[in-house]
Write a protein that binds this ligand. Structure first.
Ligand SMILES: [Zn+2]
Length: 472
């Protein structure tokens, strides 16, 4: 087709949706320009400065128009409430089943998402350290697997990959008896199909540097593409300076390794959990007052020795938030060019009013606080970390960029006002929606319209990949 004809086709087409006059950012081509984005049949059809006809239009003057955010590490696990919270913060694709647990059987998950729909696109991994171990009868995380049990886990994992799991996730901290043989058997399977192996390392805090080396070694020994899960939540307790050179060396030597990292420096869990077992003050190098009570009658109070003992005895299910991470290490990690943004959100918080602020604030925090307020990295870098990098690592070819033929997963936000509002329980509302996100499109259909969630919209699809293997 000649150029003139091409333009006349554009001008005569009525598009499903046209996003007009926004500042379009495409991380793949590193393009940043003011243009109109036209959507047709769930895809981006064209990006142009020409005036286009659309069944519907949105004015994006002064706003950023970029690919929707892709969260490589979450625990949304098919829960509608979390899917909607994620849409509100600009996420259009979420990968769940991390840290060794998630939806199962995979075919039921895929079928349900595709039949019922979901607010956002949703893919899953198959989990090892809780799920597969339990399935072969290893309820005790301190018990080593026999070679027969390992074989059975490999069988389960292979079936899950065939049914559409995007990889195999490990939560080594939760299953300390996991052996090298066990990891290698699963890693070789993932490597055979070139699937991803996200690893929640064996230890946070003091043991985190050694635990990181173990992940690099898994890739070296088996060839699997490893993804270091939530780096800051493992190594961001004063160990970042020692940790980053390990990853950099691996990159220089050509290792297939990815890294995702969160935006917060405090974690929340039950006071009766293993985290607060004897020796926790030393382990986290903290004092009682570093911990905030986040549920129950003492909500909002800082711990002291007496209150700790009282709550532990009377109500061990009380949620506590431990401010034991280093805030500057959150930034230090995220500034590295190889680190992508993740939430680690929605862990067990599938109801309104619960959870960690990462569930509702991660991406607006990155753009509002880290980019705008702190200038920690550029807008283009931030968009890349939140879109193209996870898409490429997981092999999602039509996602993470914006241009002709890309899936129309798009977020439109105001760079001057985007901000997170979610706060730790006890300090504020943990799932308060962010401000400054005007439109979110999933497969060409709005899920956020003029800043409001469309409650009954379910444009999301299950993300699956076929198992491919080299044949000669
Ligand atoms: Zn984890």
């Amino acid at each position: 087709m000649k150029k003139e004809e091409n333009i006349s086709v554009l001008l005569n087409t009525e598009y499903d949706f046209v996003i007009e006059n926004g500042t379009v950012i495409d991380p793949k081509s590193e393009m940043r320009t003011i243009a109109n984005v036209a959507i047709k049949d769930g895809k981006v059809d064209v990006i142009t400065r020409a005036d286009l006809k659309g069944k519907e239009k949105a004015d994006a003057s002064g706003k950023i128009v970029c690919p929707g955010f892709i969260d490589p590490h979450c625990h949304v696990d098919g829960y509608l409430y979390n899917g909607q919270c994620y849409a509100k913060m600009g996420v259009t694709t979420a990968i769940t089943g991390n840290c060794g647990f998630g939806p199962y059987p995979i075919k039921d998950f895929v079928q349900r998402i595709n039949q019922e729909g979901f607010p956002i696109n949703h893919g899953t991994l198959v989990g090892h350290s809780f799920d597969m171990r339990t399935m072969v009868g290893l309820e005790d995380p301190f018990k080593e697997a026999t070679s027969k049990e390992i074989q059975e886990m490999v069988r389960i994992a292979e079936e899950a990959l065939e049914q559409g799991a995007l990889g195999i996730s490990l939560g080594l901290e939760y299953a300390p008896a996991t052996t090298k043989e066990e990891i290698h058997a699963l890693a070789r399977l993932a490597a055979k199909y070139d699937k991803v192996m996200p690893v929640h390392s064996r230890s946070d805090s003091w043991g985190s540097v050694k635990a990181l080396r173990e992940i690099v070694k898994i890739q070296e020994d088996t060839g699997v593409r490893v993804l270091v899960s939530h780096l800051t939540y493992q190594n961001g307790m004063g160990m970042m300076k020692e940790s980053l050179p390990i990853i950099e060396k691996a990159y220089r030597e050509g290792y297939k390794i990815g890294v995702d990292s969160g935006a917060y420096h405090a974690f929340a869990t039950y006071i009766g959990s293993e985290v607060f077992c004897e020796g926790w003050l030393e382990k986290y190098d903290c004092i009682y007052e570093d911990v905030l009570v986040s549920s129950g009658p003492h909500i909002g109070k800082r711990l002291n020795e007496a209150l700790y003992k009282e709550i532990l005895e009377t109500d061990p299910k009380t949620l506590c938030t431990a401010f034991v991470g280093k805030e500057y290490e959150v930034i230090e990690a995220m500034q590295q060019p190889y680190v992508m943004v993740s939430t680690d959100g929605a862990v067990g918080s599938h109801e309104p009013g619960t959870g960690h602020p990462q569930d509702a604030g991660t991406y607006p925090k990155v753009f509002g606080r880290f980019v705008r307020e702190m200038n920690a990295f550029s807008m283009m870098e931030a968009v890349t970390k939140c879109t193209l990098m996870p898409a490429e690592f997981f092999g999602l070819d039509n996602k993470g960029w914006i241009g002709t033929g890309a899936d129309a997963d798009i977020v439109v936000f105001n760079p001057k006002t985007i901000i997170d509002k979610a706060e730790y329980s006890g300090l504020g509302i943990p799932d308060a929606p962010p401000e400054g996100i005007d439109w979110v499109f999933v497969n060409g259909e709005p899920i956020i319209r003029n800043g409001e969630l469309i409650e009954d919209a379910r444009p999301g699809k299950a993300i699956c990949q076929k198992n491919k293997i080299w044949t000669l």
